[in-house]
Design a protein around this ligand. Structure first.
Ligand code: SAH
Ligand code: SF4
Ligand code: F3S
Length: 482
């Protein structure tokens, strides 16, 4: 499957290393330690885009302490893995990676190894017992403490901070854009999750939901535009429940919901595209859909994970909506935004007690919606979740895998059909990179998040180009500038 670029994407396998140019000011309000310039930081991110975004915050905090990023693991002084716990496989990947890192550490005894993110939060100090090479364990709300923790480890102790916060949003920290194409960037608008989907570990690893100061979000978008960026993606586990009130508006005069935030960011400039992820079917409002319709620069693409197409399973999952509700939300998208709005989903195959007929309902939902894209998984029981405590993980692994494959195959049919529909039309594409295959071609995405490849001509990264699409590979569109 093509690498998803906008939805929260779950890289159980491929890590992204982060070497970057040096940041301007990192406005971190961090514990004061003595900066030691020239130390080398190597950071790898796993899991969803929130983790990738957090790594940019971590890099910014450590830059203020004199750490330069490197993509040379062997020569690093501090190696950080920003980890994911969403499925068992994600955690296994991290453990394997730690074993590899151990061999580097043996050759470079001064190297410090830290684990950040969701797996750090889930396992806490246990990590130090289980993985002897780990020196540092830091949860997602404790990154401001990193300089002090690194200093502590430097003096020979192990260090752990996994305190979760009800307030932390890192609003004042200017992220260092890592692995950036200079065209699109993420902006974290909220943290944590207050939903309790029974399969999900995120509420335990990320803590309570909190929304970031709307002004700081708009400022970040303005700064990105001034730095030449053309697209921002607003990130949260459930962006539709974004809710912020100015602390000084005692009369409640300044309250911002997600639709209003979206509008404020869209107004930064018509030249700045706005995307967002993830939307929750129970919370997405018509107001959000109307706001999308009103602004050409808000991309016509929604990631609206269904998880299952069966109401009984959805109830067991504690998703708090049922199939008819989900279908009604899809009708609202079609009514307000038309067929041109792309929709993607996540589905879980083989959740506790799911029957064959209930699995067929997931397939029929794929047919009902005709999703443009999908990210599908088989159920992986996570310790401590509601499902792990209350429900039996009783669908055999081979059945889970077979159902997953059926979901993937069905989704591919719809994705191909949606790509085929795009042929013969002109699309506005934001050029993001050279095509992987040829320096003579640029690649970018249309508003619907479909990948489009076209001959470079005189265009450059960051240009908006009208491309007449002439063919499709089934996973990308091919065309020419018109
Ligand atoms: N906040 C988003 C999802 C975040 S987790 C939402 O509510 O939709 C990303 C995806 O991972 C989920 O949509 C789900 O499909 C999948 N996932 C989460 N926990 C899982 C588990 N225990 N087993 C398999 N897939 C899981
Ligand atoms: Fe997990 Fe549900 Fe929260 Fe998404 S909304 S992060 S699936 S608990
Ligand atoms: Fe994201 Fe994985 Fe944590 S999906 S929120 S990094 S468990």
């Amino acid at each position: 499957m093509a690498q998803p670029l906008i939805t929260l994407d779950f890289l159980d396998k491929a890590p992204a290393t982060t070497a970057g140019a040096w940041p301007a000011a990192a406005g971190a309000d961090v514990a004061s330690t003595i900066p030691a310039p020239g130390r080398k930081l190597y950071i790898e991110s796993y899991g969803c885009q929130m983790n990738f975004s957090d790594s940019e915050i971590v890099t910014s905090i450590l830059a203020a302490e004199g750490f330069d990023t490197t993509d040379d693991l062997a020569g690093a002084d501090l190696v950080l893995l920003n980890t994911c716990s969403i499925r068992e496989k994600a955690e296994q990947t991290i453990r394997m990676r730690l074993t590899q890192i151990n061999s580097h550490k043996k050759r470079r005894p001064g190297m410090l190894v830290g684990v950040l993110g969701c797996m750090a939060e889930r396992l806490k100090a246990q990590f130090l017992e289980q993985e002897k090479i780990v020196d540092l364990v830091v949860g997602p709300d404790a990154y401001r403490d990193l300089p002090a923790l690194v200093a502590q480890v430097g003096s020979g102790q192990k260090a752990v901070n996994v305190l979760l916060s009800r307030e932390e949003t890192y609003a004042d920290i200017t992220p260092v854009r890592l692995n950036s194409n200079g065209v699109s960037a993420f902006i974290s608008i909220m943290r944590g999750c207050d939903n309790m989907c029974s399969f999900c570990v995120v509420p335990f690893t990320r803590g309570r939901e909190r929304s970031r100061d709307a002004h700081s979000i708009v400022r970040e978008a303005q700064d990105l535009l001034a730095a030449g960026y053309k697209e921002v993606t607003l990130l949260g586990q459930n962006v539709d429940s974004y809710k912020w009130a100015a602390p000084d508006s005692t009369d409640g005069s300044e309250r911002v919901n997600f639709a209003q935030l979206l509008e404020r960011v869209a107004l930064v400039s018509p030249q700045l595209r706005v995307r967002f992820s993830t939307s929750h079917p129970k919370d997405i409002t018509d107001e959000v859909l109307h706001t999308m319709a009103r602004y050409a620069n808000i991309c016509k693409y929604l990631h609206l994970p269904a998880q299952s197409g069966n109401s009984r399973v959805l109830e067991l999952m504690n998703r708090t909506y049922d199939r008819p509700w989900y279908e009604e939300r899809i009708r609202a998208v079609r009514r307000i935004l038309g067929e041109d709005c792309a929709i993607s989903t996540d589905m879980i195959a083989g959740f506790c007690s799911e029957t064959e007929a209930e699995h067929q309902d997931s397939l029929s939902l794929l047919d009902f919606v005709r999703y443009d894209m999908g990210y599908h998984f088989f159920y992986s029981e996570r310790p401590g979740t509601l499902a792990a405590r209350k429900l039996a993980d009783d669908v055999p692994l081979d059945t889970k895998k077979r159902r997953l494959q059926e979901i993937i195959d069905r989704q591919q049919l719809h994705a191909r059909a949606r790509y085929a529909q795009a042929v013969g039309r002109v699309h506005e594409v934001l050029a993001e990179n050279f095509s992987k295959r040829s320096q003579q071609h640029l690649s970018g995405r249309n508003s619907q998040n479909q990948m489009v490849i076209f001959p470079k001509g005189n265009f450059q990264k960051g240009d908006y180009v009208n491309v007449l699409v002439t063919s499709t590979t089934g996973a990308a569109l091919i065309g020419e500038a018109v």
